[in-house]
Design a protein around this ligand. Structure first.
Ligand code: S3P
Length: 173
């Protein structure tokens, strides 16, 4: 099986994916890290030097390559990955792929992202928590129709990583 974690920035895709892969003894990959290694640049530098359109193209290409060349895989995607090009269609039509949406509420995302916004080019310029909340509210609204196409949804508020991992396993196996 190829378990693809999708969800907004700060929803815990990398942390949950890492732990899930250890329990299942699957390969773990983080799409942002794959992109950074291939491009030999940080995500922030790709955005600033080459622009978002270039990033989205690479993101879509590397998604397909990772999914097509790995089995027994847990993949943490970037928050925008399923929302661009034909990525969501590709995932839903690929054999062995199951998509899992990690769903976090607006207050939880705002609290988490306020502490870690610097490395994230889409939100690093937002000066305070109010503007960050407004940005996330609108952005999440635009993206939710894609996230909600996932095969499985797990809410993450007030749960620790192992509870989320157990819930995913219970829903998939
Ligand atoms: C993005 C999310 C980021 C990263 C890039 C764009 C997005 O990944 O891919 O900064 O469009 O939501 P995380 O969800 O891992 O922060």
């Amino acid at each position: 099986m190829k378990i693809i974690l999708i969800g907004y920035m700060g929803s815990g895709k990398s942390t949950v994916g890492n732990q899930l892969s250890k329990i299942l003894n699957y390969n773990f990959k983080d799409l942002d890290t794959e992109i950074e290694q291939k491009e030999e640049k940080t995500i922030s530098n790709i955005f600033s030097e080459k622009g978002e359109i270039y990033f989205r193209k690479k993101e879509g290409d590397i998604l397909k390559e990772v999914v097509n060349t790995n089995h027994e895989l847990v993949l943490a995607t970037g928050g925008g990955t399923p929302c661009y090009g034909d990525a969501m269609r590709f995932l839903s039509e690929s054999e062995q792929v199951v998509t899992v949406y990690l769903k976090a509420s607006l207050p939880v995302l705002t609290d988490r992202l306020f502490l870690e916004k610097e490395q994230r080019p889409l939100i690093s310029h937002l000066p305070n928590k109010e503007e960050l909340t407004d940005f996330i509210r609108k952005h999440l609204f635009e993206r939710s129709h894609v996230y909600s196409q996932a095969d499985v949804t797990v809410t993450v508020d007030n749960k620790d990583t192992s509870e989320i991992v157990e819930e995913i396993i219970a829903k998939l196996f």
